[in-house]
Design a protein around this ligand. Structure first.
Ligand SMILES: Cc1ncc(COP(=O)(O)O)c(C=O)c1O
Length: 375
């Protein structure tokens, strides 16, 4: 079976060049072989390939985050620090459990949650008797957050650390993969991710007992009996066996696919170096998967003009994630920070980053960007 090929899956016909599409080959996945053991085989592969103690394959990254909260005992009224610069799925599972997000601003180098503002939030809440129980750190666009600082904060203040590595599958800090630093981490394999089951996720926990508990909750908390019997409420969060086969096949080519992504980033840097676009780079000591290639426009220029121009030319350039504290859904929650995430949003653009983007298409993207700047 060959899964990783040259053909991007067409998701949005309105764009000639989509933001990110998985690259699937021509051959059929043998569904006959894709039973539940395919899901277990994928988990075993993650254990042996990446040295992860207890990975659980699930239906989505969001489901994985939700189960992380359940497993780690984050419940009604618990305060949890989250970044404002992230996708809503980082935070939505807190709302499912009626926990209380505390929104924290970004730091300029990685665009991810600022350890300084996080510490300010912890101290502010603790001083009024509302010490936060946990923090969820996301690694956006593949760029590692300052995870060592968050590990230190979690130890100092005795808090649970959860990593949202949905976008950073394969990104490492030192020798360690993002998603494996906290008590729990999650990965996503949805349709726009580098390794895609066209839907899928993983919960990475430290202990096998937690993995067993997660698998139970993911199958409607079915008791171990010869008939269907339930004592508590669970969810239908299992990974589909066909998704497991797709992901497994792609991840067997892990090094090659990550190398392609890193090459694409280098190509963008080279082709765009004369334009006023500042690339967001991996921080020293980390290795990004460059899921999406992020750039900042010069100060005073707004991303909407550039995004509009590129999209009108069939190229799906996108905005950064809109800051959560500026959304209606999150307006009532406490915010700690300045206006970093807002500044990035105004200037940030994301370039098409499919791993099988051809040289001709990359040239077309660069030429179109050049036309925008009149270069
Ligand atoms: C930062 C972040 N967190 C969580 C998720 C949720 O993953 P999924 O789409 O697999 O539920 C995503 C992706 O959609 C994401 O980008």
């Amino acid at each position: 079976m060959r899964i990783f090929g040259q053909k991007p899956v067409v998701l949005k016909p309105e764009f000639d060049i989509p933001l990110h599409a998985p690259c699937l080959g021509n051959d059929n996945v043998t569904v006959r072989q894709a039973g539940r053991h395919g899901v277990r085989a994928l988990e075993k592969f993650w254990q042996s390939r990446f040295g992860l103690p207890a990975p659980v394959a699930l239906q989505s990254g969001t489901a994985a985050l939700h189960l992380a909260l359940r497993i780690l005992g984050i419940a009604v009224g618990d305060r949890v620090l989250v970044p404002v610069h992230t996708y809503v799925a980082t935070v939505a599972p807190l709302l499912y459990e009626r926990a209380v997000p505390v929104l924290v601003d970004s730091e300029p180098e990685t665009l991810n949650m600022s350890p300084r503002y996080a510490e300010e939030a912890i101290q502010r809440l603790t001083s009024r008797g509302q010490k936060p129980k946990a923090m969820i750190v996301a690694h956006l666009y593949g760029m590692a957050a300052r995870i060592e600082d968050f590990v230190r904060l979690a130890e100092t203040y005795d808090m649970v650390l959860i990593e949202d590595a949905a976008e950073s599958v394969g990104t490492s800090v030192g020798e360690q993969l993002t998603g494996s630093f906290g008590q729990a981490g999650i990965w996503s394999f949805n349709i726009n991710k580098i390794f895609s089951g066209l839907g899928g996720g993983a919960l990475l926990v430290q202990k096998e007992t937690q993995a067993v508990r997660a698998r139970k909750l993911a199958t409607h908390a079915r008791e171990d009996k010869p008939y269907f019997y339930h004592k508590e409420t669970g969810y239908n969060y299992q990974m589909h066996p066909v998704a497991a086969r797709l992901i497994h096949a792609q991840m067997q080519e892990f090094d090659r696919i990550i190398a392609r992504k890193r090459n694409l980033h280098e190509t963008y840097r080279r082709l765009l170096r004369d334009l006023p676009l500042m690339p967001i780079d991996e921080r020293p000591g980390s290795r990004s998967n460059y899921w999406l290639n992020a750039f900042l426009l010069p100060e005073g220029m707004h991303s909407k003009d550039f995004v509009g121009f590129m999209q009108a030319n069939g190229i799906e350039v996108r905005h950064f994630w809109f800051p959560l504290h500026r959304m209606e859904l999150f307006g009532k929650y406490e915010y700690v920070g300045g206006n970093e995430a807002e500044k990035f949003f105004n200037r940030g653009v994301l370039f098409p980053s499919s791993p099988c983007l051809t040289a001709a298409r990359i040239e077309r993207i660069a030429d179109t960007a050049r036309r925008f700047f009149g270069a």
